[in-house]
Write a protein that binds this ligand. Structure first.
Ligand code: IDP
Ligand code: MG
Length: 141
């Protein structure tokens, strides 16, 4: 398989920020060799979260997810590197804490289905879509 240089979108969720795990989580991506292309801290609106999670709009957990994600500050990052999309998701671990392997971020720190510390794009196409959503209004400096 070819090695693809990719960008992916990571969100460090409000539970991780409240628990003081931002440095620990960013460190795991950096140790793997991924680099930070862009990064900011904000309290997301319901509108931007609805757009980001539009694929889940009909899921029973949607409202709880959006409320949780808007409950505090998050750190939004573009991470770059070889196969960044899949590498980030393997560092993050499985969505459900019971399935997340020890050593992954969720396997180490999560005990809740909703509050699972991190988001990582699930494909290169979605990474592009999500980067556009979260960073589109940036001024060109
Ligand atoms: P992912 O974050 O691993 O890509 P998705 O299936 O895209 O997982 O779900 C998005 C987010 O919605 C999850 O990270 C989690 O916070 C939340 N979520 C997913 N499934 C459930 C569920 O069954 N109950 C409650 N929350 C869920
Ligand atoms: Mg997902």
């Amino acid at each position: 398989m070819d090695r693809l240089y990719q960008q992916t979108l990571v969100i460090i969720k409000p539970d991780a920020v409240k628990r003081g795990l931002v440095g620990e989580i960013i460190g795991r991506y950096e140790q793997k060799g991924l680099t930070i292309g862009n990064m900011k801290c904000l309290k997301p609106s319901l509108e931007i979260l609805s757009e980001h999670y539009s694929e889940h709009v009909n899921q029973p957990f949607f409202k709880k997810l959006i409320e949780f994600m808007s409950s505090g500050e998050v750190v939004v990052m573009v991470l770059e590197g070889v196969d960044a999309v899949d590498v980030v998701r393997s560092i993050n671990g499985a969505t459900h804490y019971k399935n997340a392997l020890p050593g992954t971020i969720r396997g180490t720190f999560a005990l809740d289905i909703t509050e699972n510390l991190v988001h990582g794009s699930d494909s290169s196409i979605n990474a592009k879509r999500e980067i556009e959503i979260w960073f589109r209004s940036e001024a060109i400096l």
